[in-house]
Design a protein around this ligand. Structure first.
Ligand SMILES: Nc1ncnc2c1ncn2[C@@H]1O[C@H](COP(=O)(O)OP(=O)(O)OP(=O)(O)O)[C@@H](O)[C@H]1O
Length: 261
């Protein structure tokens, strides 16, 4: 097997003396799609920042493949409303890009022809696709997406997931995406990692094909892009969310599982 693109070993990150990530070990292989799920405040964005090298670990390590190119789509990006900037200019920062490359990536992400549009005038969905185009201009080995489907309705999520699948197929990049939706994930995920300060559990998503109750839950038109992730914890958490090893996993499962009725 080839060396992973990116790995962490016993990664621990603290803010003001409080641990946010504890002993997180994971590997991302070339071409793999990994979804990290976790409740709000569970350390998902912090994990991504540690992987990108913008947050230093307290202990443990992050290893990146030599010369790895990472494309990052942030959760939020605040642009100064008083300084209008066109889509083409935005995509040429910080590195100048040719008009042909910009046109090709805008076309790929489904917003062809927006070059001269002001960034401040884009809809939420268009803005997010332009952020994706910017990440793809890096020709990434690894595409990192932080809550990229936030604010989209379910058909919008399904369309976005289909786009990510196409990007992976065409560019061959690995994809790491984080989501605070604990249960509904991209069905093309090779692996789902559940994070709550530490790695709670990991596994493959359960692709739901025919059960009518799941179809009702996912709605029509998602074309199999969404799947459920079944949590299989081997430990519980106390009221503060602290990790307790032991046989009593029922509580953790109960708090993480939805009922589908
Ligand atoms: N720069 C910082 N300084 C101090 N505390 C921070 C900092 N960044 C994050 N935290 C804290 O670390 C914890 C984890 O935050 P993080 O943003 O990584 O969680 P998350 O899982 O991405 O949450 P969400 O789903 O709400 O985006 C939170 O309690 C947050 O307040």
């Amino acid at each position: 097997m080839s060396a992973p693109l990116l790995s962490t070993r016993d990664l621990t990150v603290q803010f003001e003396g409080l641990p946010v990530l504890q002993n997180v070990s994971l590997d991302i292989a070339r071409g793999e799609i990994v979804t990290v799920v976790g409740p709000n405040g569970s350390g998902k964005s912090t994990l991504l920042k540690a992987l990108l090298g913008t947050v230093p670990p307290e202990s443990g390590s992050v290893q990146r493949a030599p010369a790895i190119s990472i494309g990052y789509v942030p959760q939020k990006l605040a642009l100064d409303a008083s300084l209008p900037i066109s889509v083409a200019r935005f995509l040429s920062l910080p590195k100048r890009q040719s008009a042909a490359r910009i046109a090709a990536q805008l076309d790929r992400v489904g917003v062809a022809g927006l070059q001269s549009h002001p960034m401040q005038g884009l809809s939420g969905g268009q803005f997010q696709r332009v952020l994706l185009a910017r990440a793809l201009l890096m020709s990434p080995d690894l595409l990192i997406l932080d809550e990229a489907t936030q604010g989209l309705d379910q058909p919008g999520v399904a369309r976005f997931y289909r786009l990510i699948e196409e990007v992976r197929r065409d560019m061959g990049c690995a994809v790491l995406m984080v989501s605070h939706d604990l249960h509904v994930v991209m069905s093309a995920s090779d692996r789902v990692i559940c994070l709550n300060g530490h790695v709670c559990c990991q596994g493959t998503p359960h692709v739901v094909r025919s059960a009518p109750e799941y179809r009702a839950l996912f709605g029509l038109g998602t074309e199999g892009t969404l799947a459920l992730y079944q949590h299989e914890h081997d430990h519980a958490h106390d009221a503060e969310g602290t990790h307790i090893h032991g046989p009593d996993c029922a509580h953790a499962k109960a708090t993480l599982e939805h009922s589908h009725d």
